[in-house]
Design a protein around this ligand. Structure first.
Ligand SMILES: NC(=O)c1ccc[n+]([C@@H]2O[C@H](COP(=O)([O-])OP(=O)(O)OC[C@H]3O[C@@H](n4cnc5c(N)ncnc54)[C@H](O)[C@@H]3O)[C@@H](O)[C@H]2O)c1
Length: 422
């Protein structure tokens, strides 16, 4: 429980352009021991800003908590530099801006599932969200009723079954798709293809018809194929905007950051490892040489960490022994990616995340890399990460290409064979 609440605290901190509002008595008592140990905390008197805020974080103070940012060093460094009186005024304006503009609508398709439920909870905690639309083919009413009792601002709406899908998408800014079946022990992500391809196709058709301008976050596996399927469906519907279609690979980054911090005894919140390629087995390529803060690894450490990051999903599937795949860490990672997207939509000019997107960084049409997010989606692909790779990384990059290419082609071929529903 405390782990979830801590994640929520971090999420809110990131969402408020690294301003976090905390109640001294409730949230503070849960989060404080860890936060207090951090080097950089600024407290501002903010009763006025928070008077109308009825969420978990009520009234007592605002903590400008740079190191709670999900975005790692860049934003931490930016905030450190900015702590001057003028910058503090700017932060106050920023906070007012967030308070007044926080009105985004987010839809979760597959909201009653193992990922959908904790993800919905984390989104419900975001001060940037005014409406949370929960859609599933089953059990969504209860999830929505339960969630709606949390006294945070986002209003919760539930939608069940195909006849309510269109309404769940009307006016939505970000659509997240964790609908589908998860892996069981012994299965690869590709084994999910036949079921999940069809689910993603149907849901993306509805997105195309009802909120074609929304950011679309695909979680359903195999992401290496479901994103190309989504792209084809959107093309067939005439509404494809490659800047707004994302395969969610944030969990690979979250895992890489955790394992590197543990291995090198670094402060978790400082570590940022870009993960490129795709989201299955060897297509997941952590660029350990690009770790921030700059860190050296022995050859054995590189091999061990790379293999672990590539296989962690399977580790969880086996540990759950038939009861599904990663759900809680996935919800955390997806919430981070949503929060980053909302901050970009809200005009934050310093938002970077890794994601599997249409790309020209390699010869493959889809590729995961760091991207800069802006109001219109992907503003830039960060090519510098691919320069100056180690020999190990260069070989691994070449080795992953045939598998990723085959998965992309499988998705495209599947989508092109299907008839898109008018
Ligand atoms: N991208 C990643 O890093 C990552 C990580 C973990 C899991 N996943 C994938 O996420 C997906 C969901 O995993 P889970 O553990 O939540 O599974 P789950 O079975 O617990 O939940 C899936 C939910 O989708 C719903 N659903 C099925 N068909 C639907 C449809 N047509 N419309 C709306 N909802 C529908 C189900 O009713 C269920 O509630 C799986 O494909 C899994 O492989 C991705």
């Amino acid at each position: 429980m405390s782990a979830i609440l801590f994640a929520v605290g971090e999420m809110a901190a990131a969402s408020a352009t690294t301003l976090s509002a905390g109640s001294a008595t409730s949230l503070g008592s849960i989060v404080s021991p860890k936060l207090q140990s951090k080097a950089f905390i600024v407290k501002c008197n903010t009763r006025n800003y928070l008077r109308n805020f009825s969420g978990l974080k009520a009234e007592a103070f605002v903590r400008c908590e740079s190191e709670s940012s999900f975005l790692g060093n860049e934003s931490v460094a930016a905030l450190r530099q900015s702590i001057t009186p003028e910058a503090r005024n700017e932060m106050q304006r920023s906070w007012n801006h967030v308070q007044s503009q926080a009105s985004y609508k987010v839809a979760v398709l597959g909201a009653s599932g193992g990922i959908g439920q904790p993800l919905a909870l984390l989104i419900k905690m975001s001060p940037l969200v005014s409406s949370l639309h929960l859609y599933d083919i089953a059990n969504v009413k209860g999830v929505a009723a339960d969630l709606s009792h949390c006294n945070t601002p986002a209003q919760v709406f539930n939608f069940t079954g195909a006849c309510e899908l269109a309404n769940s998408l009307k006016g939505v800014d970000v659509v997240v798709i964790p609908a589908g079946v998860p892996r069981k022990p012994g299965m690869t992500r590709d084994d999910l293809f036949n079921i999940n391809a069809n689910i993603v196709k149907g849901l993306v058709e509805a997105v195309a018809d009802n909120c074609p301008d929304a950011f679309i976050h695909i979680i359903s596996n195999p992401v290496n194929s479901t994103v190309p399927i989504a792209a084809e469906v959107l093309k067939q519907k005439g509404v494809y905007d490659p800047k707004k279609l994302f395969g969610v690979t944030t969990l690979d980054v979250v895992r890489a950051n955790t394992f590197v911090a543990q291995k090198k005894n670094l402060r978790l919140i400082d570590v940022d490892v870009p993960v490129i390629g795709g989201h299955a087995g060897i297509t997941i390529l952590p660029l350990l040489s690009k770790t921030r803060p700059s860190t050296t690894f022995t050859t054995e450490e590189v091999q061990e960490l790379t293999l672990r990051i590539q296989n962690t999903g399977t580790e969880v599937v086996e540990a759950k022994a038939g009861a599904g795949s990663a759900t809680l860490s996935m919800a955390y990672a997806a919430a981070r990616f949503i929060e980053s997207s909302l901050r970009a939509l809200d005009g934050d000019a310093d938002v970077y995340e890794c994601s599997y997107v249409q790309s020209d960084l390699t010869e493959l049409p889809f590729f995961a890399s760091r991207v800069k997010l802006g109001r219109n989606g992907v503003e830039a692909l960060i090519s510098s990460d691919l320069r100056g790779l180690t020999e190990y990384e260069q070989k691994a990059l070449e080795a992953l290409k045939p598998e990723l290419k085959a998965s992309i082609e499988k998705g495209i071929t599947y989508a092109q064979k299907q008839t898109v529903t008018a």
